[in-house]
Structures are given as C-alpha cells and as structure tokens.
Design a binder for this molecule. Structure first.
Ligand SMILES: [Zn+2]
Length: 148
C-alpha cells in the first residue's frame, strides 16, 4: 500500500522521480537528493511503513538484505574508505521522511559528516554516480576491499 501524503510513495515509487540504482519486487534503492556525502543511497520498501516498529518483518529483512548487497557497489563506485549503514526512527532520532528507509553513506578518511548541513546535488551529478553504482552492481568481481 502507498500513502497519499508520503514523498517516497508518491514521488519515488509512483512517479519514479528519482535516480533508481536497484529495484526488485519489494524493495527500491535510489540516490538521496540531499546527500550527506556523494553516493548517499536510500533503500526503501515499495509499500508504506513509517518506521522500524510497524514495518513487516520479512520486508524489513529484505530491505536490509538489499542494503548489504549494495554496500560493495557503493564503496567501489565512490572509491570510499568506509560506509555507514543506518536508519532513523522518529522525529527526535532525526527521521525526516516517515517512510522506512536505510541510509548507505560512503565515508572518506578525514572527512566528517553532518546531518544538518546536507548538500543539494545536481541531477547530472546524481545521474552520473547512479550509473557508476549500477555498473558496479553488475561487476562479477566480488573481491572484498579492506575498509579503513
Ligand atoms: Zn511512503
């Protein structure tokens, strides 16, 4: 089920107004338009759940399975040193969109991140990074890099 007043349900899932990097029957991953770092990806269920308390358990596992699957392609595409995987539940935990989502944030040694000073990325930049990540999803070499 989609929600009428949810930006992810309406703009991302229904209108496809997003740079999608991965999709299956239940889960969709796309570029965050306000990245904490370049390559910031959001992974969401394709039906509306607000947070970790109400999300269907199997769907929760599927979202996190896809999140793990995408970590290596994101790290490689951005030449990242490390990656944050996380999600926020509730306003006081910094949740901004009330549709369950997992953040994949590539990290670079010596660079701090800030949730409050998020960048607005251009469509060209998002598209270019999305294409690089998609190319890495298709890369059959699954050699695991050493994270820093
Ligand atoms: Zn929604």
């Amino acid at each position: 089920m989609l929600s009428e007043d949810c930006v992810f349900c309406q703009n991302v899932i229904k209108k496809r107004d997003a740079f999608v990097i991965y999709e299956n029957e239940n889960v969709l991953a796309f570029m965050d338009k306000f990245p904490v770092e370049p390559g910031h990806v959001l992974v969401i269920p394709k039906s509306h759940y607000e947070n970790i308390l109400d999300i269907d358990y199997d769907l929760y596992l599927e979202v996190h399975r896809v999140s793990k699957l995408l970590c290596l392609p994101v790290i490689r595409a951005l030449h990242a040193d490390a990656i944050n995987v996380g999600q926020n539940n509730g306003t006081c935990a910094n949740q901004k969109v009330f549709h369950y989502h997992v953040h994949l944030i590539p990290r670079f040694c010596g660079r701090e991140i800030g949730w409050r000073a998020r960048n607005s990325a251009s469509d060209d930049e998002l598209d270019e990074i999305a294409e690089r990540i998609k190319a890495e999803i298709g890369n059959s070499d699954k050699t695991i890099p050493k994270l820093k």
